[in-house]
Design a protein around this ligand. Structure first.
Ligand code: BTN
Length: 245
């Protein structure tokens, strides 16, 4: 089954990720099934945040995947594949240069255009299934957010239909999923090219510590590796480190 062979179009839903999770509990769901909605009443972002967008203004989609032989400690690989795909999609379709602010923000001109919420279900030490939620600002973007926001229409100068953007994005996601999920060296190389913050020294905070650092990469567990001016490096989990504004 190709990604999107089964495509469930909704006018409104609480969250496409929730819809996919309910579906998985009640029926056999094919690999690559997509849930696409014009509106979410309670769209979810990372770290318990809300993801809000008015009807038809954003791409709101979830894809159900059964990653073959992806171990739990390597689950960040899927996030890398999705990030690489979003960056590639914006470049090849719209000549936009986007980058990934670890762990899941897609930036264009230093403003957030999209976010990814991947929810994995584990069986033992393996990923049994994944719900890959993607939200992309198409025709509007939120104001007053901590991280400045942008939209595809703001960057490109035309409006977009979520359904069409979804259809164009799916083959890019599927190709990269097949090519990169289990090809660590290629995936790491492609991901590093996408990473935001590798070319600038910025102020980061970890607990009480303030430090000047630049992004050196992401390790196999998906932790952010920061490099310090003396050349040393250290890995940080998601809740441990923040960029100072
Ligand atoms: C983030 O930036 O924090 C992640 C945002 C992810 C939003 C998408 S919209 C489609 C899917 N359904 C949800 O409830 N969340 C994701």
């Amino acid at each position: 089954m190709a990604f999107g062979d089964t495509l469930i179009r909704l006018e409104s839903v609480d969250s496409t990720n929730n819809y996919a999770a309910t579906l998985l509990r009640s029926a056999d769901v094919a690999h690559g099934t997509v849930v696409l909605s014009r509106f979410q009443e309670s769209g979810r972002g990372q770290r318990g945040k809300l993801w809000q967008a008015s009807p038809g203004s954003a791409l709101l989609m979830s894809i159900v995947l059964y990653p073959n032989a992806l171990s739990a400690d390597r689950q960040f690989a899927l996030s890398q594949v999705v990030s690489i795909s979003l960056v590639e999609f914006l470049k090849t379709s719209f000549s936009l240069k986007a980058s990934v602010k670890w762990p899941n923000d897609l930036l264009c001109n230093n403003a957030k255009m999209a976010g990814v919420l991947i929810e994995n279900s584990l069986r033992g030490t393996w990923v049994e299934h994944s719900i890959v939620g993607i939200g992309m600002n198409l025709n509007e973007h939120p104001e007053g957010t901590a991280l400045q926001s942008t939209s595809l229409s703001e960057e490109v100068g035309q409006s977009f239909v979520p359904d069409e953007v979804c259809k164009a994005l799916l083959p890019v996601l599927e190709r990269n999923y097949q090519l990169l999920l289990h090809n660590e060296s290629l995936r790491e190389a492609r991901y590093r090219e996408c990473l935001w913050g590798t070319d600038r020294w910025l102020s980061y905070r970890a607990g009480e510590d303030e430090m000047k650092a630049r992004v050196a990469g992401v390790d196999a567990r998906g932790q952010l590796v920061l490099e310090f001016p003396d050349g040393s490096t250290r890995s940080f989990a998601m809740q441990e480190v923040q960029l100072n504004r």
